[in-house]
Design a protein around this ligand. Structure first.
Ligand SMILES: Cc1cc2nc3c(=O)[nH]c(=O)nc-3n(C[C@H](O)[C@H](O)[C@H](O)COP(=O)(O)OP(=O)(O)OC[C@H]3O[C@@H](n4cnc5c(N)ncnc54)[C@H](O)[C@@H]3O)c2cc1C
Length: 364
């Protein structure tokens, strides 16, 4: 039986970033069911940083993470993870309301035509959010795993938690390969599987719902798209951004409730994405280069959940990161680490009220 202070279940961005924050202070192990960390939601994102996304409380986490993502400490990474492209929230009619403090300006039709040549006439105006950026997700996730290991953290892949019992001296965990582990604290960072992990630990689930989202890489008969702003509609029915000179990443903004699984795109959602795209610009669609899907997982109030369970000593929730788990990861990891270690919050998150994210708000 191996002993640790903390065992984190899940090696996506949530588990890796929290692990990096605590590994220097607690003997920490990440157990990851797949053969590499980042196989699920973390490896499938649309990879953008958008401050207005997810409502005012999530926006605070995103804004707090921005400086770290732009200019991380040199020992963490020698270069930043963001590349600015801006976001055009286009509308036929009424401009969207964004959370307070997000920098924006109104773009009228004439400028819109310059920024998105070939945009169809019904799109009359837009709100431009200049701070929107691409995130180098793979580099960020790797940097967190590297920092975790450098501080003494261990990662065990192909190690699915199947059962855990609470004993007088902590948790005894059983892994699928038959091995047993022991630690006083379990962190549930299992993404779409969060409620299943809770059940395996005899902890009351909090109603985390995985929802499938589809992404399509499209080649189009229009060039000069690499630096195209992210384009989304105020009603939330699509978004696309330039990927290469004449390719884009496109999503129909779908949100299909599903069981936790290795998500794959459905033809109907790919077709819907293309249909919506064609209602925005007149660029000929040449071919689907690839498509993929991933699960975004939400708590009932769509806010993330960070903190110890009220009903099970030593069980820490780090779940419900929805569609913002990458862009919020630096602040979320600092907040979770402060809660887990019982320490003062880092200056990055001093303005953020942790009570908003505690699991007891969901009345467990
Ligand atoms: C299509 C799409 C677009 C997105 N776009 C963006 C974006 O532009 N910006 C942004 O910030 N976010 C975006 N997101 C959201 C972001 O990807 C997620 O919020 C984030 O990756 C969640 O990280 P995680 O570590 O919680 O989950 P995951 O990456 O899914 O990691 C959870 C891990 O737990 C493991 N696990 C599960 N059960 C067990 C078990 N029993 N034992 C051991 N391991 C287990 C899984 O194998 C998995 O690797 C997007 C998501 C999708 C799907």
């Amino acid at each position: 039986m191996s002993d640790f202070d903390v065992i984190i279940v899940g090696g996506g961005i949530a588990g890796a970033s929290l692990g990096a924050e605590i590994a220097g202070k607690r003997r920490t192990l990440i157990i990851e069911a797949e053969d590499h960390c980042g196989y699920h939601a973390t490896g499938r994102s649309a990879a953008f940083y958008l401050e207005s996304y997810g409502g005012p409380e999530v926006a605070k986490l995103t804004a707090a993470s921005g400086p770290f993502l732009t200019c991380p400490p040199v020992e963490f990474s020698e270069r930043g993870f963001l590349r600015r492209r801006g976001d055009l929230h286009i509308t036929r009619d009424i401009l969207p309301e964004l959370p307070p403090g997000v920098e924006t300006r109104v773009v009228e039709r004439e400028e819109l035509e310059r920024l998105v040549p070939g945009i169809r006439p019904q799109w009359r105006r837009a709100l431009f959010e200049p701070g929107c950026a691409d995130i180098d997700v793979a580099a960020l996730h790797l940097a967190y795993l590297r920092a975790f290991r450098r501080s003494g953290g261990l990662v065990s892949t192909r190690a699915r938690l199947v059962l855990a019992d609470r004993t007088a001296d902590g948790w005894r965990l059983q892994v699928e390969d038959g091995s047993a582990l022991r630690a006083p604290i379990i962190v549930n960072a299992a993404g779409a599987w969060a409620d299943r992990v809770a059940k395996a630990c005899s902890v009351v689930p909090i109603g985390i719902e995985p929802k499938r989202r589809t992404m399509v890489q499209l080649r189009v008969g229009h060039s000069g798209l690499r630096d195209l702003p992210l384009v989304d509609d105020a009603d939330g029915t699509f978004y696309f951004k330039g990927e290469d000179d004449n390719t884009i990443w496109l999503s129909p903004h779908d949100e299909i409730a599903t069981e936790p699984c290795d998500a794959a795109p459905e033809e109907i959602d790919v077709a819907m994405a293309i249909d919506r795209f064609e209602s925005v610009v007149d660029w000929p669609v040449e071919r689907v280069e690839r498509s993929w899907a991933g699960l975004r997982s939400f708590a009932p109030d769509r806010l993330p959940v960070y903190g110890f369970a009220a009903d099970a000593a030593g069980f820490f929730w780090c779940v419900g990161q929805g569609g913002f788990g990458i862009q919020t990861s630096p602040a979320a990891a600092k907040l979770s680490a402060a809660l887990l270690l019982g320490e003062e919050p880092d200056s990055m998150i001093r303005q953020i009220d942790p009570a908003v994210f505690l699991p007891n708000r969901l009345r467990i």
